[in-house]
Design a protein around this ligand. Structure first.
Ligand SMILES: [Zn+2]
Length: 261
C-alpha cells in the first residue's frame, strides 16, 4: 500500500520524469510499453505523449503514464501507456498497433476490466469526468463510490460553472482562492464531451464492443494529476496540482481496480 501522501507524490514525480526523459523529439518505432501483472485489470494511458489526430499534433496528457505505472505497482494490475511521440492516436483510430497490443494482453491474461486514463484541463471546473458510454461500457460496475469515499462529489452537468475560455485559462494556484481550489471535487459521469466513446473509436469502446469486457474512460483534470511541471511548449507556466486531489484520485483508482478484479 501507499505509505504516505508524500511518498506517493515523490513516486509519481519520479515516474513522470523517467517517462518524459525517454521522450525524443522524433517519432520512434517503439512508442508504447506494456507491463504485466497478476490482477486481471488493465490500466491504459494512450495519450501520455504527443500524438496526431487526423494529422494534427495534440498535446501530451502529462502524468497519465506515471499514474498507470504507479497503479500497476500498487495493485499488481497490467498497464499499457505511451512512451514516445506517435502519429497514431489510439483513442481515435478504428484499429492500430496500440489496440492490437491491448487485444493480446486481454486474451493472454484473461483481463475483464479496462481503465483508460486521460488528462483534461482545469477549464471544465471539475476534477474527474467519467465516461461509461451512458452505462453501456461497464454495466453493473459501481465506478463512482470509490471516488466519493475519497472526497469527490457527484455533480450534475447543469450545476457546473461555465467552462473557462481558453485565453482565460491560467493554472489554479494557492492564490486563486479557496473556491477554485475545491473545483477538483466535482465528478461528472458521462459529460457530453467525455462520454467514453458514443461517437469515436475510443479505447473504451474498443474494449467493450470488440473485446467484450467492461471498460471506463477517466479524464483527470490537471489539478488532480500533475504533481509538478516546469514550463512546456504547450503550457507556458510552471504548475503544481493540488496534493489532496492527486492523492484522492490515486487512492480512488486503486480501490476501483482492486474492487473490480
Ligand atoms: Zn486523452
Amino acid at each position: 500500500m501507499i505509505t504516505s501522501q508524500q511518498d506517493l507524490l515523490i513516486r509519481l514525480q519520479a515516474s513522470e520524469q523517467q517517462a518524459s526523459s525517454g521522450q525524443s523529439a522524433n517519432y520512434s518505432k517503439s512508442w508504447f510499453k506494456c507491463l504485466n501483472g497478476q490482477r486481471p485489470v488493465l490500466v491504459s494511458a494512450p495519450h501520455a505523449c504527443r500524438h496526431q489526430r487526423d494529422g494534427v499534433e495534440k498535446m501530451a496528457e502529462e502524468f497519465t503514464a506515471a499514474f498507470a505505472r504507479i497503479l500497476a505497482q500498487q495493485t499488481n494490475c497490467h498497464a499499457i501507456f505511451t512512451t514516445n511521440k506517435t502519429t497514431e492516436d489510439p483513442n481515435w483510430v478504428l484499429r492500430g498497433e496500440y489496440k492490437k497490443a491491448i487485444n493480446e494482453m486481454v486474451e493472454k491474461n484473461h483481463i475483464g476490466f479496462l481503465v483508460d486514463l486521460h488528462g483534461m484541463t482545469n477549464r471544465h471546473n471539475m476534477g474527474l469526468a467519467i465516461g461509461t458510454m451512458r452505462g453501456r461500457s461497464c454495466p453493473g460496475v459501481d465506478i463512482k463510490s470509490v471516488f466519493l469515499r475519497e472526497g469527490f462529489a457527484l455533480t450534475d452537468i447543469d450545476d457546473l460553472p461555465p467552462k473557462v475560455a481558453r485565453k482565460m485559462a491560467v493554472p489554479i494556484g494557492a492564490n486563486k482562492g479557496a473556491d477554485e481550489n475545491e473545483n477538483w471535487r466535482r465528478l461528472v459521469i458521462d459529460h457530453p464531451l467525455f462520454t467514453g466513446g458514443l461517437r469515436n473509436h475510443t479505447v473504451t469502446r474498443y474494449a467493450t464492443e470488440e473485446l467484450g469486457i467492461s471498460a471506463v474512460q477517466i479524464e483527470i483534470a490537471s489539478v488532480a494529476r500533475i504533481v509538478q511541471q516546469g514550463k512546456t511548449e504547450d503550457w507556458p507556466y510552471e504548475y503544481s496540482g493540488n496534493t489532496k486531489a492527486i492523492t484522492a484520485c490515486v487512492r480512488g483508482l486503486c480501490a476501483l481496480i482492486e474492487e473490480n478484479s
